[in-house]
Design a protein around this ligand. Structure first.
Ligand code: BJW
Ligand code: ZN
Length: 278
């Protein structure tokens, strides 16, 4: 075992309040595209081997939805359908295993919570494969598998495929079908237009979710930063907040990122994370 790994194990065993902050890199090995530069583009491999590029900020944005809900729903329908074909990878499983281990021991000794920016739901229990999930999970940017009514605010789980009949067959990457609003996903309670229950650019996090995150950060003495570029706020500020209070920052990424890092495991987290827990 490398000396870094054995030192990390000591730190991991003696930490009291551990957080894992996850980003798109966690799900990369499940085959879910990573947003390489969230300020500019999201890239997907299109049919025929072409790379098509979309300005993520033009789709994951409340103004875009107001202007063209048909386009934004096609983008989210595409991603829901894609994610429904994917499964947890070794990194998800390592986190779930660690969470079970910590939670079955004395909560006075150690706690573990996971804050994920991912909206793919791969850390939640259930899903297509009825898998195990993380007990103490905060999906800070929401999830692809819940809807929110733009009129009455009702939030509910939804794994329908397709989410509306008119979206079926619109899995191409052009997102340019002009679907009438009354054929987009509608609320069961008030027939209002539904939207994905995710946090778009220029939107604030849900207040209760943010309070929960603050409480976790306040007591945290070890933060594992897994597969996130640290470019999108407020999540980008969490590791330095922990570091400023004397906590330890550990990075799992395929490249070097961030400052104030005590340990760095460079490589695909499907490999480095399971090793880290052994
Ligand atoms: C691997 C790997 C492998 C690959 N193993 N690793 C302060 C300063 C500047 C700007 C702002 C600021 N505060 C707010 C802003 C604006 C904005 C922002 O941060 N912009 C930045 C682009 C600068 N933030 C917001 O708007 C936030 N709202 C807010 O602050 O409200 C207040 C407000 C109100 C009104 C006006 C203005 C402000 C909300 C942000 C919500 C972000 N939502 C998204 C979309 C969610 C829905 C959806 O997916 O459709 O969340 S954006 C997108 O980025 C998504 C992600 O969760 C998020 C983070 O991306 P992540 O996970 O880090 O992914 P990548 O692709 O960036 O990185 C992947 C990493 O993995 C890389 O490092 C790879 O190396 C690594 N990797 N393979 C390990 N196998
Ligand atoms: Zn409604």
């Amino acid at each position: 075992m490398s000396s870094q790994l054995s030192s990390f194990h000591k730190v991991l065993n003696s930490a009291k309040h551990i957080i894992a902050l996850c980003g798109a890199g966690l799900s990369a090995e499940s085959g879910i595209p990573v947003q390489s530069d969230p300020s500019l583009v999201m890239t997907f491999r299109g049919e025929g081997g072409y790379w098509r590029q979309f300005a993520a900020t033009e789709l994951a944005d409340p103004k875009a939805f107001l202007r063209n809900p048909s386009r934004v729903w096609q983008f989210y329908h595409y991603r829901r359908e894609l994610v429904m074909t994917k499964s947890q990878n070794r990194a998800h499983k390592a986190l779930i295993e660690f969470s079970k281990k910590v939670n079955s021991a004395n909560p006075q000794t150690q706690t573990f919570s996971v804050i994920t920016q991912n909206v793919d739901g791969l850390l939640t229990s259930g899903g297509n494969d009825n898998v195990d999930g993380i007990d103490n999970l905060i999906e800070m940017h929401g999830t692809l598998f819940k809807t929110r009514c733009t009129v009455c605010g009702d939030i509910r789980p939804n794994r329908d495929s397709p989410i509306a009949p008119a979206l079926k067959g619109n899995e191409s990457l052009s997102f340019d079908a002009d679907i009438p609003q009354d054929q987009l996903p509608r609320c069961n309670l008030c027939t209002g237009l539904l939207r994905p229950h995710v946090v778009w650019f220029h939107e604030s996090l849900d207040e209760k979710v943010y309070e929960k995150i603050q409480a976790e950060l306040d007591r945290c003495d070890l933060i594992l930063v897994i597969g996130t570029s640290g470019m999108v706020y407020p999540a980008a500020a969490f590791a330095s907040a922990v570091h400023r209070k004397g906590g330890i920052v550990v990075n799992f990424n395929i490249e070097k990122i961030g400052e104030d890092v005590a340990f760095e495991f460079i490589g695909p987290c499907g490999e480095t994370l399971p090793e880290g827990w052994l």
